[in-house]
Design a protein around this ligand. Sequence first.
Ligand SMILES: Nc1ncnc2c1ncn2[C@@H]1O[C@H](COP(=O)(O)OP(=O)(O)OP(=O)(O)O)[C@@H](O)[C@H]1O
Ligand SMILES: [Mg+2]
Length: 352
Amino acid sequence: MKVLNNFLGRFSQDIGIDLGTANTLVYVRGQGIVINEPSVVAINQKTGDVLAIGKEAQRMVGKTPAHIVAVRPLRDGVISDFEVTEQMISYFIQKVHEDGFHFLPRPRIVIGIPSSITEVERRAVEEACLRAGARAVFLIEESMAAAIGSRLPIHDATGNIIVDIGGGTSEISVISLGGIVVNKTLRIAGDELNDDIIQYARNNFNMLIGERTAENIKIHIGAASEMAEVLDAPIRGRDLVTGLPKEVIISSPQVHEAMQRSINTIIDAIKGAIEETPPELLSDIIENGIFLAGGGALLRGLDDVIARSTQIRATLSEDPLTAVVRGTGIVLEDLEVVQEVLIPSVRGYELK
Ligand SMILES: Nc1ncnc2c1ncn2[C@@H]1O[C@H](COP(=O)(O)OP(=O)(O)OP(=O)(O)O)[C@@H](O)[C@H]1O
Ligand SMILES: [Mg+2]
């Protein structure tokens, strides 16, 4: 059996998945990242049918008739809808296999999950992968995968700190000897910053703006520091008084003001994690610096603000949005070697 498994293993399209609250990415062994789509599912509420998943569903957000809703099944780093999450996972796995050969053996899957999800949710993710055709499923904490994807020496007896700011959650982990020594997870990340901007527009311009509009503003002119170059951009929405369309110009200091509280909360959590770090590891961290991953880390000037407020150098991982999925890919290549970084599964799959 083992021989057969080894033989099959060489041909199966093993895959790594970053099941993010904002984006789901899929890595295929030997091919790299083949899927990078928003974690969005469009559902017909009248019938319960899934109409679209990923990019296609995203295009429908806010533009659908009332009975069609676009849901993000993983909002805030928790699985808010098991069934829809499962359908989304299956869809992405099947999409990978569509392009492959049908006689390929069933894949093994390494999947990154937020460390904040519960035991029940973990099982649900595992079951979803199995039902979608996996022959073995290995779960890994996202921040561990982000550290591996950022090429940090996680196995060494040296402390490293990784901050992964995604859509739903910001996770701060101190890693040493293949384990997470300190972890802080907060439900304040990119989505919250979008909400802050929506709130700001409501309070200051009497205007209702959509989530995508807020996100575009954040990405294009938003800044984490008042020292960043001042930029401005038009935003469109609905005037709350007249109900008519309205356009105003918003400037980056205003966007900064809108997001400041949330940004401070993230920085305080980083400081908190540093305070909890054992002194021996702390000196490593001071030497190695803070590594930033996740889309939220791309916010203009965030690395500078983090460095200034912690007095520790902060470095953006190469391509922060793909760090987690690249980490799962590296794990796939070497399952036996890295098994201690995986979350033990109730099923105990063979690693070969
Ligand atoms: N240039 C940018 N500036 C600021 N924010 C950005 C930028 N690019 C992407 N983002 C934000 O990054 C977030 C998505 O990041 P990412 O794909 O890492 O999240 P995720 O992994 O899906 O979520 P989570 O890790 O919380 O489950 C979104 O909130 C998006 O607005
Ligand atoms: Mg993530």
